[in-house]
Design a protein around this ligand. Structure first.
Ligand code: FVH
Length: 287
């Protein structure tokens, strides 16, 4: 017997399994369900109860964590199940629109809905440094905050269920931009047979130094003061043709640099050449 909240986990992929394992490690009774039942075996060996259908798993306790590939999978799995008195914490990756629609479905069936964006990989779950962003029913979140803290630092962003996926996608946006730039630069030096092992430490140091400029850029956007004493849009715009030409000379597709060049050109044409790169935000917002 335990006074710990029973938790249901629907979906035992890489992430769902890590979530269930962290809850077991924190002493919660955990009931799991997965479309492919065999994936539950390692968790059952650690004390989880395996349900044979989603309904059975949903009946096990008040808190239901959903972690499937797609929102449509979550809709299918929850379809027809009784959600009365259940708090559904949806950690499947999706869009704000999908989150708001699923929240309506769940609340329409007397459940409470919290959406979440996992800012971690499975290996980070249950360890310091992992963060999960939540939004939606704040009372339900507060009630289960301590349970959710077993997974990662829980941070609630507001009552609109679409906020967690919005922040999640915005952070992924930044991550993909950084990774695309790194791999593109790597392709460029590899055109002269430079090994990744030589280039990577330089890229890490350079990108780390550049990351330190983000707070000042954010402040410029918040205040509308885009003047810079670091590097102007014109400085970048003038450098871009050389960057693109070098890609072509070295046999590397300039790819993601082309729309960036167009944006810089537009910024200069509209009279923002002396501003810092943070000005790009106001141009993008008109897209
Ligand atoms: N893994 C990660 O690093 C990221 C970190 C950030 C958040 N994502 C999101 O988490 C969701 C699940 O990701 P995952 O890594 O667990 O994904 P898989 O290992 O591929 O497992 C997918 C699970 O979904 C089940 N599933 C798929 N389709 C259906 C369906 N039509 N009906 C029922 N279940 C379905 C699948 O079941 P099975 O294939 O084992 O039978 C797995 O349980 C995802 O949104 C990430 O973006 C993870």
């Amino acid at each position: 017997m335990t006074d710990k909240t029973p938790v249901t986990v629907l979906g035992l992929g890489l992430m769902g399994s890590a979530l269930a394992e962290a809850l077991l490690a924190a002493g919660h009774p955990v009931t799991v369900w997965n479309r492919t039942p065999a994936k539950a075996a390692p968790l059952v060996a650690k004390g989880a109860v395996q349900a044979s259908v989603p309904d059975e798993a949903l009946a096990a306790g008040p808190l239901v964590i959903v972690c499937l590939s797609l929102y449509s999978d979550a809709g299918d799995v929850l379809a027809g199940a009784s959600l009365t008195g259940r708090t559904v914490v949806q950690l499947t990756n999706g869009t704000p629109r999908q989150a708001r629609a699923l929240a309506e479905t769940v609340t329409g069936r007397d459940g409470r809905y919290v959406d979440g964006g996992i800012m971690a990989v499975p290996q980070m779950i249950g360890k310091p440094g992992a963060l999960i962003l939540y939004s939606g029913d704040e009372a339900a979140f507060t009630e289960h905050r301590d349970v959710l803290a077993a997974l990662a630092e829980p941070r609630h962003l507001g009552g609109d269920p679409g906020l967690a996926p919005l922040y999640d996608l915005a952070l992924l946006d930044g991550m993909y931009g950084m990774l695309a730039g790194f791999y593109h630069g790597l392709a460029l030096v590899r055109s002269e047979n430079v090994e990744a092992a030589e280039f990577t430490p330089m890229a890490v140091a350079w990108l780390t130094a550049m990351l330190r400029s983000l707070p000042a850029g954010g402040r410029a956007v918040d205040t509308g003061e885009f003047g810079t004493d670091v590097s102007s849009i014109t400085t970048s715009q003038v450098a871009f043709p050389g960057l693109i030409e070098t890609c072509r000379d070295q046999g590397v597709d300039p790819w993601y640099l082309l729309p960036l060049r167009d944006l810089l050109d537009r910024a200069v044409a509209e009279g923002h050449g002396s501003d810092g790169l943070a000005r790009m935000v106001t141009l993008l917002e008109r897209g």
